[in-house]
Write a protein that binds this ligand. Structure first.
Ligand SMILES: Nc1ncnc2c1ncn2[C@@H]1O[C@H](COP(=O)(O)OP(=O)(O)O)[C@@H](O)[C@H]1O
Ligand SMILES: [Mg+2]
Length: 244
């Protein structure tokens, strides 16, 4: 049995009004992402990666075309329905970690579970389990200002993963990290992908990320220029990017 795709994008365009008329940040995108993929939107700055990720995350709406996420037509959702989809099924990881500075690591990671109204002991177990997985269980009581950039990004990963979402969207998650931390973060996400079956979709122009991707979807000027599924050996050997 083939599982239902996690993301289906049919003929999607996103136009932005500009003084001379309109500018197409995305044109005629066709894309299907299956459950359990570890893939990335890759391309130079301005190619439309963030725009596409935001459409998939229902943070923005397409000008035309159709987006189906986990069986739900995103355009048919009202604001509450879109919020519910994000709360229940999606995890977001951003370039800037967006941690709440006055809260501890534990409280930052616990936050999505409060929104889900999970009971206290279950919350505690889930938070400590995911902190264990990202190697930060011993920092549960620290505040973000006491952590390195790499540790903050691991907290952000834990926060995105704590509810075991079906789909994680990660926009330039390594932009503020050095090479060592980037590799550690990617290894963590790959392990979560393997252990929990979580689907990951990245937006990145970082070769350090690209070498981990199982599928590389290259955007150029708002269009898909290349879509390549790579075999395991190429990925584990750390194939260099060279896509643009
Ligand atoms: N709100 C907006 N208004 C006008 N143009 C925008 C807006 N957001 C993005 N763009 C333009 O759309 C293009 C794609 O942007 P983006 O998706 O952020 O690219 P990427 O993430 O690949 O760097 C860029 O040329 C950008 O300037
Ligand atoms: Mg971007």
């Amino acid at each position: 049995m083939t599982a239902e795709p996690v993301i289906v994008i049919n003929g999607v365009s996103r136009l932005y009004p500009v003084s001379s008329g309109s500018f197409a940040a995305l044109s005629d995108i066709e894309l299907t992402i299956a459950a359990g993929e570890f893939s990335g939107l890759v391309g130079p700055s301005g190619s439309g990666k963030t725009t596409l990720l935001n459409l998939i995350g229902s943070l923005d709406a397409p000008t035309s075309g159709e987006i189906i996420v986990l069986g739900q037509k995103v355009q048919e959702l009202d604001a509450r329905g879109a919020a519910r989809l994000r709360r229940d099924q999606l995890g977001f990881i951003f370039q800037t970690y967006n941690l709440l500075p006055v809260y501890t690591v534990f409280e930052n990671v616990e936050f999505p579970l409060l929104l889900l109204q999970m009971e206290r002991q279950k919350r505690r177990d889930a938070v400590m389990d995911i902190l264990e997985r990202v190697g930060l269980a011993d920092r549960a009581g620290s505040r973000p200002a006491q952590l390195s950039g790499g540790e903050c990004q691991r907290v952000a990963i834990a926060r995105a993963m704590v509810k075991h979402p079906s789909l994680v969207l990660a926009d330039e998650p390594t932009a503020n990290l050095d090479a060592d931390n980037s590799h550690r973060i990617l290894q963590t996400m790959l392990t979560l992908n393997r252990d929990l079956g979580t689907t990951f979709l990245f937006a990145t122009h970082d070769d350090k990320v690209i070498q981990y991707l199982r599928r590389v979807i290259v955007l150029f000027d708002g269009r898909i220029a290349q879509d390549e599924v790579r075999d395991e050996t190429a990925v584990s050997a750390g194939t260099p990017g060279g896509y643009f």
